[in-house]
Ligand binder design. Structure first.
Ligand SMILES: [Ca+2]
Ligand SMILES: [Ca+2]
Length: 260
């Protein structure tokens, strides 16, 4: 099992050097956070700029709301940036609130995606979508994260992958068929710095645990992110982009204070 996971990691790592990206158009049907922190959005009102959807802050690329989905696509052309090489294309939105508290004893994050299985199977390695919980110190300093995504392995398969900040593949599973939406679930218990994962391929009726090497340690406050990749690259959510978003949030807080 360890060897196999290493092999998966190598596939992703080698993909860093791929110099092309695939067009992508991922659809998030709903996002919910329940337990200690609470958020819910079905993206069905077609309004991106009002609550609850406006709580999702675009930190990379531009997400839109249409047809009952939050759309993460390549059409905004997000690529070269301070943080990423020229072949890197992705969207990422961070939930501005709620944050998962350090005393939280159980917050469940569910990202309910359209499977888009054919697109995943046809894609180069690393193309896909997912959800992450990132630990932060006072919402600024990145400490650690846990991400759960569904990606192409570059060989015609879709795989669900649970990864930590060191990019270790904690667990993964092939996704051969789907009968409903793919639900990616992270269960955060930050009081004990723990995040576990499971996923569903039938819209949430049945779940499969994805914690063979877990749970993942995530410390301090937790920020929820959703992301879509069009690049052939190691799935790395939250980390560096989070710093940028945290700085933006801080800047916002400071300017608000200045006005009052
Ligand atoms: Ca929806
Ligand atoms: Ca909306």
């Amino acid at each position: 099992m360890r060897l196999t996971k290493t092999a998966v990691g190598v596939i992703f790592l080698s993909a860093i050097f791929n110099d092309s990206y695939a067009a992508y158009d991922w659809s998030l049907d709903s996002l919910s956070v329940s337990g200690g922190a609470v958020f819910s959005d079905d993206f069905n009102d077609g309004d991106r700029s009002s609550l609850p959807t406006s709580a999702l802050i675009d930190v990379i690329g531009t997400t839109t709301e249409a047809g009952g989905f939050l759309r993460l696509t390549d059409v905004d052309g997000t690529g070269p940036s301070f943080f990423f090489p020229s072949d890197f294309v992705m969207d990422q939105a961070n939930l501005a609130s709620p944050f998962i508290d350090t005393n939280d004893v159980g917050t469940i994050v569910q990202a309910n995606f359209m499977p888009d299985l054919a697109a995943l199977q046809a894609g180069p390695s690393g193309v896909g979508y997912g959800v992450a919980v990132t630990g932060t110190t006072d919402f600024v300093g990145f400490t650690s994260f846990a991400s759960l995504g569904v990606y192409s392995d570059g060989f015609g398969n879709a795989i669900a992958v649970f990864q930590n900040s060191a990019l270790d593949v904690i667990d993964f599973a092939f996704v051969p068929t789907v009968t409903g939406n793919i639900v990616l679930e992270l269960n955060a218990t930050l009081q004990s710095d723990s995040v576990s994962a499971r996923y569903s391929t039938d819209g949430g009726a049945n779940f499969f645990d994805l914690n063979a090497g877990g749970p993942i340690t995530v410390t301090d406050h937790g920020i929820v992110s959703v992301f879509g990749y069009g690049a052939a690259i190691v799935p790395v959510p939250a980390a560096l982009p989070l710093l940028a978003s945290a700085l933006m949030v801080l800047a916002g807080v400071r300017s608000t204070r200045r006005k009052t």
